[in-house]
Design a protein around this ligand. Sequence first.
Ligand SMILES: Nc1ncnc2c1ncn2[C@@H]1O[C@H](COP(=O)(O)OP(=O)(O)OP(=O)(O)O)[C@@H](O)[C@H]1O
Ligand SMILES: [Mg+2]
Length: 463
Amino acid sequence: MSDAALDVVEFVLTTSVYSDDRTLDENDLPPSYRRVFWTGGSDDGDDEDGRTRGGITRPLSATNSTAREATGVDRPWEAVSGLMFTDRDEFSGTITLTEQGMAEQWYLERVDEERLLENPTLAKHFDEADGYDVDVSHEDARERNRPIQADRVWIDGLLEEYFDEEEDEEMLDLVDVRAPEEVDVTLDDLVLTEGQEAEIDKIAKAIEHRDYLAEIGLREIGKLLFVGPPGTGKTSTAQALAQDMDLPFVEVKLSMITSQYLGETAKNVDKTFEVAKRLSPCILFIDEFDFVAKTRRSDEHAALKRAVNTLLKSIDNISLIQDDVLLIGATNHPDQLDAAAWRRFDEIVNFPKPDYDMRADILRVITRQMRIDEFDPELVAEATEGMTGSDLRMVLREAVLEALTEDRTALTQEDLLNAVEEFEERDNLKNMDMIDGDHDALVAGGDVGSSGDDHGHDHDHDH
Ligand SMILES: Nc1ncnc2c1ncn2[C@@H]1O[C@H](COP(=O)(O)OP(=O)(O)OP(=O)(O)O)[C@@H](O)[C@H]1O
Ligand SMILES: [Mg+2]
């Protein structure tokens, strides 16, 4: 029997149990099912305070299209039509269970505890129903299931609720909210230093034991500052944390504050923190943190200063322990931060440029899906002293594109080394003084990045 049948039976069974058991709520449905049945967040269903809120309405109906969307099975009915306990209403297209008991037996014979733990609705059902010897608890399954707050539909509903007036349109430039499912970086994709790993472990433990920390009155925790040059993985690490811990990722782009209609900025900063609190548990990521210090020092517009002060006050008033919001700031210019900014973070995480070993590891990670003949990451690492993870990615991209021009999808070690040289030349160009710089290099046919010969890709890389 195929997995498709099992997936569809689970879905139909879940819709049936959920429809009957009114004590179950959204958080008892696996995220992929929730998405299918979520309605509203727009015009329908205003509640007392006039806010619009989405929700899931009973009964849930299992049709070909809902089943397909929830399980990814192409032809749901065909997958289960051969089973003795399934039926389909010709008119509505609803897939039903003629013998639910039989379906339950059939399902239980094929799943293990791990799988059952991913479906709180069924975990509860089998835990409570007589006659089944199932060793999973409803509580455990719920604990493990991603909360509805992390779903895109829920986030959209919330954002609409907060920022629905026209003047708030710009607000969405200032804050960007991503559901964990939309973050595509994982911790596996990143090569971290021991120090970074230790910090991440520490914060994961703190999140896990927030109740205990609150109990003993330890509140000054959960504000991290990521410090390091561009391209060293600060943003990626913050995102990967969100993905790893299944938390929504709320990003504030500080430079956007200036491009805003200034009168509204302070208010919008306030709202952003409100949203973060409502989305909690979540990660609030504030990039370009040096901007804060810069604004306070300089001769800025009073409204801008007010906005930044609001931001600092909001940071003081948000807490991992009380609000379940993990705050991560990032900066390329730690030297520009004043004492007032530093003081607000309890852990500083250093993002240095990667050393030789890290570069080799990063190269291994980013080439995982590529075919490279005679690949020697150590050798490439040696040739890329001073480059960041982001630079290495660019080198790889260059090598891939270069090979494609020769219709090759398999790379060679030599492609990589050529791309490294190419990258360095680009880097030289970037740093060159275009006015008083090296005249030869500024004239076409000079030796920077030239390919003045007719040999196609055989660039002359001599320096
Ligand atoms: N240590 C690393 N391991 C794997 N990939 C890395 C590492 N550092 C950077 N990268 C890759 O480089 C790219 C850029 O990284 P990211 O945007 O996180 O850098 P950043 O430190 O936030 O830079 P900026 O200061 O410019 O915002 C990403 O694709 C990331 O995956
Ligand atoms: Mg970044």
